[in-house]
Each structure stands twice: as C-alpha cells, then as structure tokens.
Ligand binder design. Structure first.
Ligand code: CP
Length: 308
C-alpha cells in the first residue's frame, strides 16, 4: 500500500505532486465505494477523529464527518461557540485535553492563518487543515481538482480562471498551488483591490476584465466575496461588484463555447453568480460537494495508514 509522504495535511503548498495524485486516485476508489448500496468500509475502525470547528462551516464539516463515518472511524465534534474556549482555554490546552481521551486525528477549521501548522508543532496527533483564515483550504483544492479531472478527463494544460475575492480566499491559494502542480494554467480575475500584489510571483496571470478571462478559460471558479474578512471597503457596493464581476447566463451564452462553472460555496446568488448559471448544466457545484466526501475519505485513510 502507498502512503502520503507527510504526517499531516496542512496545505497544498508543501505537498508533492505524487501525494496529490495518490489522494486523487484513492478518492476515485472511495467514490465507487460510496455509490454502492453499502457505503461503509472498515478502514478506520480503530481510529478516533475529532472535528474542531472554530469558524462556521456547512459543507466541510458535514463532509468530513460523513467521510469519517463511511470509513467506520469513531467521531467527536467540537464547535468553539459552546465550548470552554469561551472561558479562556487556549487552543493547545483544548486540543491536548481532547487528545487525552485517546483521539488519533484532528480536523480543524480556524480563523487564524497558520493555526493548523502551529498546532502540528505543539501536539502529538495527525492534523488535517479544514481551512485556516485566508491561508489554505487543502481539501477544497483537492476536491476541486478531482471534479475538474472528472469533468474534463485531465487537468494538465487546462485553463482555469479563479474569479472574485482572491485577497481573502484560502480556496484561491490552495487551488493555485494544486492546479499548477498538476500542470494547469491559472489566471485570477477580480477588482484590482481584491487581488494581492504577490499573486504574480506564484506564476499566476491577472486579468481584470471578466469577459476576457472567460473567453480564455476552460473552467471558471467563481468565489464568494468574503465580507466577514473585510474590515475596510474594497469596492463601492455589491451591486457594482455584481455588474462588473458577476457571472450571468447572458455572459455565459455569449461566449460561443461551453465552459465549466465551479463555486466552493456558500453561494451568494445574484452577487458572484446568478441562479440560472449556478443551476445550469454547465455548473458542477453539487458534483464538487459530492466529491468532497470521497476526497476527504482518501486524505484521512492515507494519513491514518502512515507510520510515525
Ligand atoms: N467550501 C466550504 O469550505 O464551505 P463551508 O464553509 O460551508 O465549509
């Protein structure tokens, strides 16, 4: 059996192309499993996983929990809002107390960039980053890569544009690292104020005109404006943002070619994407969600199998 070269999944930046390909091929096997009448396998029967969510989540939290249950792991769930974090307990103390209950693996979402890396140096457990602030969201990038590969047959040389709030997006950063490692060409598109200055140093081109970006690409990944991470105004109004960077059916139909539409969720319908695009047959948004379970099964299965 093959294992990941890493003990943790903290981000995509520092994992190898081989690791990514191993996760994607293992996820393919798990996708077949979860489409069977009996969706469960005993692979993580003796493993206990704690899901620690210090920030809101629907898809990632439920997808990890379902993946753990499909793998027969024991699961405990923690959300910061009703925990003793509110009484002043530190992250490391909280996690060490959870680990004292014989927990093997931690899946964590946190609002602070670098929180998963920090934790991996402080505690003795396998750590999976389920999103750390505006830094990385590795399992989202992996499920996005899986979904593109499933739809288009390959990722190498495909042209992918990531549209919207690049500055505050962990999905954008992890996608850029993942897609480039797999040989795709990546552009970002959005208002200049929402595109970080360092982005071209990652080998990514910037296109400020949505129509030109869409004419260039095979796949458009539409991101949500992350108002919760914006303490100043980066554009005059959501209405203006939508007029310049929102994707609607008319723009899509005028392209003269069929591109694939993605969105990591949650969607703000009518802002970055209209309902008729989100629900069209060019959209693979719900396929992304479906594939998230198989990809997260693969990640946890491969990490659990790796020896210290
Ligand atoms: N894509 C994503 O991370 O969604 P949630 O915030 O609902 O987990």
């Amino acid at each position: 059996m093959s294992y990941l070269s890493q003990k943790h999944l903290l981000g995509i930046k520092n994992i190898t192309k081989n690791d990514i390909e191993l996760i994607l091929s293992t996820a393919q096997n798990f996708k077949e499993v979860i489409n069977r009448p009996i969706k469960k396998v005993p692979s993580l029967r003796d493993i206990t996983v704690a899901n620690l969510f210090f920030e809101n989540s629907t898809r990632t939290r439920l997808s990890f929990e379902l993946a753990q249950k499909r793998l027969s792991a024991d699961v405990i769930n923690f959300s910061a809002s009703n925990s003793s974090v509110k009484k002043g307990e530190t992250l490391v103390d909280t996690v060490n107390n959870i680990l004292a209950m014989k927990v093997d693996m931690i899946v964590m979402r946190h609002s602070s960039p670098g929180a998963a890396i920090f934790l991996s140096k402080k505690v003795n457990a396998k750590i999976v980053n389920a999103g750390d602030g505006a830094h990385e969201h590795p399992t989202q990038a992996l499920l996005d890569a899986f979904s593109i590969n499933e739809k288009l047959g390959s990722i190498k040389d495909k042209k992918i544009v990531i549209v919207g709030d690049i500055l505050h997006s962990r999905v954008a950063l992890s996608n850029i690292f993942c897609l480039q490692k797999l040989g795709a060409k990546v552009k970002v598109c959005g208002p200049q104020t929402l595109i970080p200055k360092y982005i071209t140093s990652l080998g990514v081109e910037v296109e400020l005109d949505l129509k030109k970006a869409l004419e260039w690409c095979d796949v458009a990944n539409m991101l949500r404006i992350q108002l919760e991470r914006q303490d100043i105004k980066f554009f005059p109004s959501l209405r203006e943002y939508s007029m310049l960077y929102g994707l609607n059916k008319q723009i899509l139909d005028n392209l003269g070619k069929k591109i694939v539409i993605m969105h990591p969720g949650p969607i703000n319908r009518g802002v970055e994407i209209t309902s008729d695009v989100a629900d069209s047959n060019q959209s693979i948004i719900l396929d992304q969600v479906e594939n998230g379970v198989a990809v997260r099964m693969a990640v946890m299965y491969l990490l659990a199998g790796k020896q210290e």
